[in-house]
Design a protein around this ligand. Structure first.
Ligand code: NIG
Ligand code: FE
Length: 409
């Protein structure tokens, strides 16, 4: 395989150290910056990083990418998306703008269930096409590793089709079999009986983790325990959507079941913050969803100061967060959650990779890691968060090859 030399970078920026996850304010404030640097990629991995002044001769066939003074950060890792959906919810967006709430639309059979109808109707090929388009948007925003959940099928065939499509697109698949009660069932327990008996055995072959929406109007803590225990017995890692609108016992359950993460936390109070900080469960914060729904922001700074493991994700979906940009999430982390640019970067790289069980492979620019880089149109990497909606991503390298580039790069 040819080697790729990315040369003449103004900065190469990477989370400090080699460990994962990074937790608390201090660890999440440390990034390493090499000025006037190069990155050498070989066989899809980073083989060397250092100052241009130390660059010696390189043997063998070599491709060069002149960064012309741009900055390199690790490929971003989006550890929480619902990118595998068909259709859109622009009508609902208009109704919300006129005053309807997300919960009202959900209770009236719209919301998640309207995307379920569109996703079921799309068929596996249609779904693959939709995810291709969404994946291209994510890549252009700097995301080189993405997770995507099922949860818009809620029947045997469509749930499994979603998981296959995510895997075929190179994503990390999560079975969100308990996103809402399928329209064919009027009782959450009856629906769970079906999902656990009929879908879980095959979902466990395709997905890496299981997730549930623990919330008023969706599933309660007892139902979440039943679903997650069954998923764990089938070999899946565990994740939860919890405390989005109300504190529903998701944090103690996540800690007891040793879940990988608990995600959302807009409604989490001080007790939840303290409990999470004492645990190894990652708090995945989704400020785009809070902004998009006009909800309170999750307690990012309190979690950091208490010593929690914090990750950041887009929650990209057609209802509560129609936005695929981790850089936008990073800006919101800095302006609304009390994170610095360093913590925002760590939360979108190494800690997000940890949530996906890939922290030894992605999330850093260091020898041995996947050669996934984002080149930014700036000489100070912090502009990525500072320039709100600034579109700084000018090229994306994935597995040692240029996967996306703006014209002229
Ligand atoms: O994480 N809260 C539940 N699920 C998604 C929204 C999905 C949708 O509205 O389609 C979320 O915000
Ligand atoms: Fe979500």
């Amino acid at each position: 395989m040819t080697k790729l030399l990315v040369r003449d970078l103004a900065q190469v920026v990477s989370p400090a150290g080699t460990g994962a996850p990074l937790r608390g304010y201090e660890q999440m404030s440390a990034v390493e910056v090499i000025e006037k640097a190069y990155v050498l990629c070989e066989d899809g991995r980073v083989s060397a990083v250092g100052p241009m002044a130390d660059l010696g001769g390189i043997e063998g066939e070599l491709e060069e990418l002149d960064a012309k003074g741009r900055v390199a950060i690790p490929g971003l890792v989006d550890c929480h998306t619902h990118a595998c959906f068909a259709g859109d919810r622009v009508d609902e967006f208009s109704r919300r703008a006129a005053g309807a709430t997300y919960e009202e639309l959900h209770a009236a059979g719209g919301g998640i269930l309207s995307t379920v109808r569109a996703t079921r109707a799309a068929g596996e090929d249609g779904l693959a096409e939709a995810l291709d388009e969404h994946r291209a948007w994510m890549l252009a925003a700097g995301t080189t590793t993405f997770e995507a959940k099922s949860g818009y099928g809620l029947d045997h065939d469509t749930e499994l089709a979603q998981l296959r499509v995510v895997r075929a697109a190179g994503g990390v698949a999560t079975w969100l079999g308990a996103h809402a009660v399928a329209p064919e069932f009027d009782d959450a327990d009856a629906y769970l009986d079906f999902a656990l008996a009929e879908v879980l055995p095959e979902a466990a072959e395709l997905a890496e983790a299981a997730d549930i929406f623990l919330e008023r109007g969706a599933f309660d803590a007892a139902q979440a325990r039943r679903y997650l225990e069954a998923a764990r017995s089938a070999g899946l890692a565990l994740r939860l959507h919890a405390d989005q609108f109300t504190e529903g016992g998701g944090i103690p359950l996540a800690i007891e079941l040793r879940a990988r993460s608990v995600d959302h936390l807009e409604a989490t109070g001080p007790g939840g913050v303290t409990a999470l900080a004492r645990s190894d469960v990652t708090a995945v914060l989704l400020p785009i969803a809070a902004l998009f729904l006009g909800r309170p922001m999750p307690p990012g700074r309190a979690l950091l100061e208490a010593g929690a493991v914090v990750a950041l994700a887009t929650d990209f979906n057609p209802g509560s967060a129609f936005c695929e940009s981790l850089p936008v999430a990073m800006t919101l982390a800095c302006t609304q959650l009390g994170l610095g640019p360093e913590a925002a970067l760590i939360a979108s790289t190494v800690n997000a990779a940890h949530v996906l069980g890939r922290a030894e492979l992605v999330g850093r620019i260091a020898p041995g890691y996947s050669a996934d880089l984002v080149l930014l149109e700036t000489t100070d990497w912090r502009h990525l968060a500072y320039h709100f909606g600034g579109d700084l991503v000018s090229a994306v390298v994935k597995d040692g090859a240029v996967a996306w580039a703006r014209r002229g790069v």
